[in-house]
Write a protein that binds this ligand. Structure first.
Ligand code: HEM
Length: 201
């Protein structure tokens, strides 16, 4: 029997988003419930949970180009599902952010709302266009540009968030910054390899 391709994708997206919601609510409960501290704990843990999904999706093609085959090929085949899972997880982060800002007076400078809000627009556009029909409709070049700009946008925000937390939360920000540096190194190495021996993306 042929299993429809949306089945594993839907399962990964739904399971990871439910896990994000459970983690967020669990941390909220553990840190004071429906209070400022509780909601901020939910906000932080949901961003932490979404982060590895983003890094895995962003690094999949570099890994597969540098070391073809094996789990890298499997990761590349599932990149769309992992990217969609990141989007779903990160919208759970947005839910906690909205609660923190609207109910508990948490504020950020306008610049943060513009750059962070813009990132959510990009994430939504990338998620909506993560299918063959949208890719055909947009044309590969435009589709690639949207996903490249969106990917870098999100990476820069994660980098800024974790670099700025290195002193305050070294146990979580340290490994996160190390992962970001590793992902960048993989990108550069894969681009160099691609230039030496051109391959399909
Ligand atoms: C308007 C948009 C956004 C707002 C207002 C916002 C707000 C917040 C708040 C209130 C926290 C938790 C409290 C704190 O530690 O300061 C937080 C944590 C975080 N957010 Fe967001 N956020 C936004 C969008 C984003 C985006 C787009 C990303 C990533 C692409 C992101 C990544 C993070 C990270 C990495 C953390 C830290 C988690 C940790 O402590 O480990 N946020 N955000």
């Amino acid at each position: 029997m042929r299993i429809p391709t949306w089945t594993p994708t839907g399962t990964i997206v739904l399971a990871s988003a439910l896990a994000a919601l459970s983690l967020g609510l669990g941390f909220m409960q553990a840190y004071g419930g429906w209070t400022r501290e509780g909601v901020l704990a939910g906000t932080a843990i949901t961003a932490r949970w979404a982060f590895p999904f983003f890094i895995a999706a962003w690094s999949a093609s570099s890994l597969a180009r540098l070391w073809p085959g094996g789990w890298r090929a499997a990761l590349l085949r599932r990149r769309r599902a992992i990217g969609l899972a990141f989007a779903a997880n990160h919208f759970v982060h947005l839910g906690f952010v909205v609660a923190a800002v609207s109910t508990f007076g948490e504020t950020r400078p306008l610049f943060v709302y513009l750059v962070g809000g813009g990132a959510y627009v990009m994430i939504a556009l990338m998620a909506l266009t993560s299918n063959d029909a949208a890719q055909r409709w947009m044309g590969f070049k435009r589709w690639k540009l949207l996903h490249a700009v969106g990917g870098w946008w999100v990476l820069v925000i994660f980098a800024n968030s974790y670099v700025s937390r290195l002193m305050e939360k070294p146990a979580i920000a340290g490994p996160a910054v190390a992962l970001i540096v590793a992902a960048l190194a993989l990108r550069i190495a894969a681009a160099v390899k691609g230039r030496m021996r051109p391959q399909a993306a």
